[in-house]
Design a protein around this ligand. Structure first.
Ligand code: SAH
Length: 264
């Protein structure tokens, strides 16, 4: 018999409620048969519903050897589709050159790292449907003006429309987590490229939130901005007051000022 003992260090909380599992899988919006990667299938509660959808070309990424053994016994037809290993270390281009839709009840301990990886592949990742710690889900979907709006909210919203779908209580998991959970959906927006340098954009956003209580004039000191940028009205504001668009135009200003200084 194969059993999977829940391991805390892998963020394993298995969903017991099949109705919720079915609802999560139904939240994945596909227009045609698509490449779908499930992160952390565990004992396959989502996998079962995913494998029933004719529009899902399913692949699984699971780090836990016990879960992989379990999946092979209970879903033998999916064996060739299991990628055993750490999702964070996987090369997505090795899996497919097509667009990818990601689904999963994410291991909460590495959810931010999963999103930074998704950001690195925003040209390829079309959609994400996932369960997260509710607090993190709220933060990702938050707009400017809120205390919980942060680095990942800005970076992800630059490329994705984020919807909070529903809350999920601890009691439907084994073992129950200490926190509320929520399911969110990220859909790729229309923006193919930022109108500014993307590496600089990330740097500006990160640095701005590093000292979120300071005005940007102070928070961005390490970037040695020229006076022309320091005079910008955004410099009197704090990071959480700037929208995604504002961060893009600020980055553009910085880029322009650097271009000008290079010419001198
Ligand atoms: N989908 C299952 C399990 C969710 S728990 C369910 O809903 O019941 C999170 C799952 O992610 C576990 O199976 C865990 O082993 C897996 N996991 C944890 N870290 C991982 C990583 N770095 N890469 C891939 N899978 C991981």
């Amino acid at each position: 018999m194969t059993v999977v003992r829940p391991k805390k260090f892998l963020g394993q909380h298995f969903l017991k409620d099949k109705n919720i599992a079915s609802k999560i899988v139904a939240s994945l919006q596909l227009k045609e048969k698509s490449f779908v990667l499930e992160i952390g299938p565990g004992t396959g509660v989502l996998t079962e519903f995913l494998s029933q959808r004719p529009d899902v070309d399913l692949q699984l990424a699971e780090i836990d050897r016990e879960s992989v053994a379990y999946l092979k016994v209970h879903f033998p037809h999916l064996t060739p589709r299991i990628h055993e290993g750490d999702f964070l270390e996987m090369n997505l281009n090795d899996l497919t050159n097509n667009k990818i839709h990601i689904i999963g009840n994410f291991p909460y301990n590495i959810s931010s790292q999963i999103f930074f990886k998704i950001l690195d592949h925003h040209d390829q990742v079309e959609q994400v449907v996932c369960m997260l710690q509710k607090e993190v889900a709220d933060r990702l979907a938050e707009k400017e003006g809120s205390k919980t709006y942060g680095i990942l909210s800005v970076l992800l919203q630059a490329f994705y429309k984020i919807e909070l779908l529903y809350k999920v209580p601890p009691g439907v998991f084994y073992p129950p987590p200490n926190v509320m959970s929520a399911v969110i959906r990220l859909l790729r927006n229309e923006r193919t490229r930022l109108s500014c340098d993307e590496v600089l954009f990330r740097k500006v956003v990160k640095q701005s939130f590093q000292n979120r209580r300071k005005t940007l004039r102070n928070a961005l000191k390490p970037l040695n901005l020229p006076d022309s940028v320091l005079k910008h009205p955004f410099m009197d504001k704090r990071a959480e007051q700037l929208s995604v668009e504002n961060f893009i135009s600020l980055t553009t200003e910085i880029e322009k000022s650097r271009g000008a200084s290079h010419k001198i």
